[in-house]
Design a protein around this ligand. Structure first.
Ligand SMILES: [Zn+2]
Length: 313
């Protein structure tokens, strides 16, 4: 109980309101300032996220601001855009990422030198891969990028499997790398590599399976979708990294076709290789050894796979 009158008189209520407003106004203003600064932080952070999908191209903002730009990676005729957060858009999809070589292959040279049947011929189980002139190994690069791709695609709802995760003494052999994708019934499989070409030879390229029907190899069902996947990867990778397709093969288009790679010959699911750059060129090596660039490379690969998967089913 209080000894004041209840309900309060109009005069008293008015006085109370004035006091409450006087206290609340600066608090609200301070809160607004905090909210503004958080909002700006979010805007800057968008650079590390997939391109927003809900933007309507060329429509001026209601507030009369500058027109919002169309996402750089959307072109007419391409697959539906990603939702702003990836939207768990890849739920139910299975992706196999194959980190080329294995950091421990160098300790098992005899084991990886044994040959396996790749349909068209026999070739080595696996190889050590290349390295930069300073000794940064391709296998270290491929594993790092592959793990980053896995994180991005998992965030988008896909089930992702790596063919190796530095969890085995060597390999797997190239035939097993293909078998892992086949047995997983992967919707897409990508083998991650970096090239060992000459100085001055720069840029990335994607390797597509040739039409092969020989021995245990039959790529007739996957050449079409693999090309589709490869084209999306070229677009996604160049957009995310700002690098251009290789200047030393593929006619500047970033696509080549090979019939000698067991990982492609023996695949029964859409599969390509991506050579992310040339480890033996100093400028490319500077990119490949930069963790921030590798994150962009991973995003490019994840975006290419996402576009492929969303555009085909
Ligand atoms: Zn390689």
């Amino acid at each position: 109980m209080s000894n004041g009158s209840f309900p309060p008189t109009p005069r008293r209520l008015g006085g109370t309101l004035v006091i409450v407003l006087a206290v609340l106004a600066p608090v609200c203003f301070a809160g607004w300032l905090v909210w503004r600064s958080l909002d700006e932080d979010d805007t800057e952070a968008v650079g590390d996220k997939p391109a927003a999908a809900t933007v309507t191209p060329s429509s001026p903002s209601p507030a009369g601001g500058a027109p919002r730009e169309k996402p750089a990676d959307s072109k007419p005729g391409q697959s539906p855009e990603r939702t702003p957060d990836g939207g768990r858009a890849l739920r139910g999809k299975v992706v196999v990422i194959d980190p080329g070589h294995n950091p421990r292959n160098r300790d098992h040279t005899a084991a990886i030198a044994r040959t396996v049947d790749v349909g068209t011929h026999r070739k080595e189980c696996d190889t050590t891969g290349t390295e930069t002139n300073a000794g940064y190994a391709e296998a270290t690069f491929t594993l790092d990028v592959s793990r980053r791709v896995r994180a991005l695609l998992t965030e988008r709802g896909a089930t992702v499997r790596l063919t190796q995760d530095d969890d085995r003494p060597y390999g797997p052999c190239v035939d097993e790398r293909a078998a892992i994708g086949n047995e997983a019934r992967a919707d897409a499989a990508v083998s991650v590599h970096a090239d060992g070409a000459g100085p001055g030879q720069r840029g990335f390229h994607v390797i597509l399976p040739a039409s092969v029907r020989d021995g245990g190899a039959d790529t007739s069902a996957i050449t079409g979708p693999s090309r589709h996947l490869g084209e999306r990867l070229v677009h996604g990778f160049s957009t995310a990294t700002g690098t251009v397709p290789a200047n030393y093969l593929g006619g500047g288009e970033g696509l080549t076709v090979r019939d000698d790679l067991g990982g492609l010959n023996l695949s029964t699911v859409p599969k390509v290789f991506i050579e992310c750059g040339n480890m033996r060129d100093s400028k490319d090596a500077a990119l490949l050894t930069d963790g921030r660039w590798r994150q962009r490379a991973a995003r490019g690969i994840a975006d290419g796979i996402t576009d492929f998967l969303r555009g085909t089913r």
